[in-house]
Design a protein around this ligand. Sequence first.
Ligand code: NAG
Ligand code: NAG
Ligand code: NAG
Length: 557
Amino acid sequence: MMLMRLNMRVILAALCGGVLLITIYWSRCGDFTHRPIGSGPGSAASSGSQRGEDLECIINGEYSVWCRRHRDEVLVPFSFIRKYFEVYGKLTSVDGVEKFEWSHSYGKVYHPKKKYDPRGTFTTFENYNVEVRDRVKCISGVEGVPVSTQWEPRGYFYPTQVAQFGLAHYSKNLTEPEPRVTVLDDGDEHAPGWTCSQDATMTREYDSELKAKVMEFRTSEQAPSQVWLSVNISQDFVVSVDLLLKPNSSMMIVLQNKDKKETVYLHYVTSTQLIYAQDDHIYYGIGVEQKWRRLTRDLIIDMQKGWALLDRPKRKSPKNKFMVSGVAVRGAGRVGHLRVSGSEHMAQFFAAATWLLRAQAERGGWPIPARRRVAPRLSPLAPGWYSAMSQGHGISVLSRAYHRSGDAAYLRAARRALRPLDAPPLKALWMDRYVWYEEYPTKPPLFVLNGFIYTLLGLYDLHVIEGENSISPAKKMFDEGMVSLKALLPLFDTGSGSFYDLRHFTLGVSPNIARWDYHATHVNQLYLLAGLDPDPILINTARRWQGYMQGKRAAHN
Ligand SMILES: *[C@@H]1O[C@H](CO)[C@@H](O)[C@H](O)[C@H]1NC(C)=O
Ligand SMILES: *[C@@H]1O[C@H](CO)[C@@H](O)[C@H](O)[C@H]1NC(C)=O
Ligand SMILES: *[C@@H]1O[C@H](CO)[C@@H](O)[C@H](O)[C@H]1NC(C)=O
């Protein structure tokens, strides 16, 4: 340990003296690899007195890397430093002046601007984009919520992810500017130029259920027969439409590359198949029920998920390259309220809330249908397991849905969700004393920190939203959890970062250190809680842990 510190000091001192030279050297050592001791300089290291002399640098007596001697400095390649110390650096250029930017971590800390409020944004989730994650297969055409492939490649609804999708959109609704909306067809004022091809018909009808005028269409079996609307919309890509479709009917939306070289066809079809794709045609099943449905689709996401299915490479900012160029319907049915906007955050939020209502088991849990192997040596969680974090996130969504809509069904569901939390295995005890809500209810428990704090937020949300009418044990459960958190927080401190969980204690295995984004989550969560509870342990820990992200360490003896 002593030796390593010494090494680090030498290297850091050398680096401070030679940042400029490192930047020159940088391009030559991009693929630096370890070499056995005494094997001579690699081809990348050419000699030259201005850049110093080659110097073999022996690492812990185990292997060597080629460095440079420049006067009294030793310059060590950053590619080696980066791997050895797990730090981050990149060449940047400001006004034509190149610099080298070194950072100790990649996490991001957000200081809350005001006290956390369950009616407001959920922590910093306005920065989350759940649907773009690779482990999201696509957004279901029937449910309007993400389908996860994490832990189960066939795809399933992961309650934590569905809730995060909802909370992100709720938070974006509160922080983003008002979206632009282009109405394409609202029956009356905007009666646009739908055109019918080959044996297709369209009429305007009053729909008594929708209480609005709608477009009724019928096309023939022949493939090109369709009712078509030409549009020209760039920048906005979220479509919202009311559809009542007969079997074997579909709506197609055409996206065109602005240079007209590429066309992508998104089909929303009466089918229960989740997604399939062929060439430039991507199909989403929207269910087979013959009733009015409101379809809200982010076309860019739908296009990207189709490409992923076709194994096409990811592309940068397709928003700037594509435009919506047409809408077509086939089969038979009715279309109302067709519009394209920059976002439809509340529709997406309520899709998540509605899913949570429907998917909740009678005893209040959201079963997770994927087998989850949490840690080596532990038996995996069998499909159907519950997670305290899912329960907490679910409660956070439902509390906000109740607040926005006033619909008591959401409140009842949130209260029901407390039940599984308040009993083993989701409720674990630390040393027979401190209550902990388990993100992964393993045996023995793991005491995952971030999932526990998210659960506490769910409890807090419900307690505040219930207000005067509080009849649930949410407050008591929250208070108990806070007592545990303050008691156990020091156990998560590594002196230079934080532990993700306490498996080194409960399983007797080596510790599980939180990677920087989880560490940053811990810090953000603690800053948030420090706004709710004045106990100095919260704010002091948050500050100390934030320091770790800039390379500060606890003092040693
Ligand atoms: C947020 O939701 C409200 C209510 O649905 C809506 O009127 C508003 O346009 C939305 N704003 C954004 C930015 O999504
Ligand atoms: C779309 O509209 C823009 C101007 O708003 C125009 O320059 C462009 O040519 C139009 N594209 C098509 C395909 O009509
Ligand atoms: C839908 O299409 C399939 C195959 O194209 C056909 O077998 C079926 O009869 C059609 N259903 C209806 C209700 O038109």
